[in-house]
Structures are given as structure tokens and as C-alpha cells.
Design a protein around this ligand. Structure first.
Ligand code: FES
Length: 161
């Protein structure tokens, strides 16, 4: 009787081990497949273009071509203001308002065709792309942010930031 119980227990133990091993073999590739799927999703997510939608209703001057303004968006651009330019040709551009040479603010020009001038040293930067266009310290450019759609009806501007 004891021998019979022992055999039954051994049989159950061995069966469990075989089933367990089988499950492990069947599961391991699934784990790798799952990881690969997650990586694929991650890769796909990096291709998704997301824009911050800036509401221009509180900045109506920027709805008119030929306007330029500094706007601070909380939590963006290290909490430094952005220079948003609505160019005379209707396009928009967005650049950082802080000169990267020694972190001084730039002054806005009265004409959007002119340049942004650093308040500490007379470096000049393009309102179009923030690139250095003159001044004593070459090799510095204002950070530029990609602009998406300007929705005139909704009065919104997309900024990839
Ligand atoms: S801080 Fe702007 S050029 Fe020096």
C-alpha cells in the first residue's frame, strides 16, 4: 500500500515536472516575442510627431503677419520665454530667447526682418532659424523649435517642444 502511494506520488511529481518543463519551453519564446513586440511599439512611438498646441487667443498680435513676441510656456524650454515670429510671408518660427554664449536674453527687433540682439554682447541671431548672423562671438545659435500647423480659425499654433 505504501509502495502504491509512493508510485502514485512519484508519477504525479514526474508528470508535473514534465508539464512544467513543457510550459517553460513554450513560454520562453513568448517572452522574447513579447519583448520584441514592445520594442516595436516603442520604435513606432518615437516616430509619432507630437506638438504642443499654443492658444493664440491671448496673444492676438501674433495672428497678424509681421509680429514678434516672447511667450513663456510653463514647463517648456527650461521655463525661458520663446521668441515667436509671425513672418511677413505668413510663416511662423519659434526660437529660444536665451543666448547660449552666456545665457543672456535677446531683444526683439521692431521689424521681423531684422535680427534678435543679445543684451550682453552684440551678437545677432536670425528670427527665422535662430542662427548666428553677426557679432563678436561666433559659433552660437539660438535653439530652434519646429513649428507645425497654424490654424487661423482656431487661433492655434503647433510647436514641437
Ligand atoms: S551672452 Fe550673448 S553673445 Fe555673449
Amino acid at each position: 500500500m505504501i509502495k502504491e502511494n509512493s508510485n502514485r506520488r512519484d508519477f504525479l511529481l514526474n508528470t508535473t515536472k514534465v508539464i512544467g518543463a513543457g510550459l517553460a519551453i513554450a513560454t520562453v519564446p513568448q517572452v522574447f516575442i513579447s519583448c520584441e513586440s514592445e520594442e516595436l511599439v516603442t520604435v513606432m512611438n518615437t516616430n509619432v510627431t507630437t506638438f504642443y498646441v499654443l492658444d493664440l487667443t491671448s496673444h492676438p498680435e501674433l495672428l497678424v503677419a509681421g509680429a514678434i513676441k516672447k511667450i513663456k510656456i510653463e514647463g517648456k524650454n527650461n521655463d525661458n520665454p520663446l521668441v515667436i515670429t509671425h513672418h511677413k510671408n505668413g510663416s511662423f518660427s519659434v526660437v529660444d530667447s536665451i543666448c547660449p554664449h552666456m545665457n543672456c536674453a535677446v531683444d526683439l527687433p521692431s521689424d521681423t526682418d531684422s535680427t534678435l540682439v543679445c543684451q550682453c554682447h552684440p551678437n545677432n541671431y536670425s528670427t527665422v532659424d535662430g542662427k548666428y548672423v553677426g557679432g563678436p562671438f561666433q559659433g552660437y545659435n539660438l535653439k530652434q523649435y519646429t513649428v507645425g500647423k497654424f490654424d487661423e480659425a482656431k487661433k492655434t499654433l503647433e510647436i514641437k517642444i
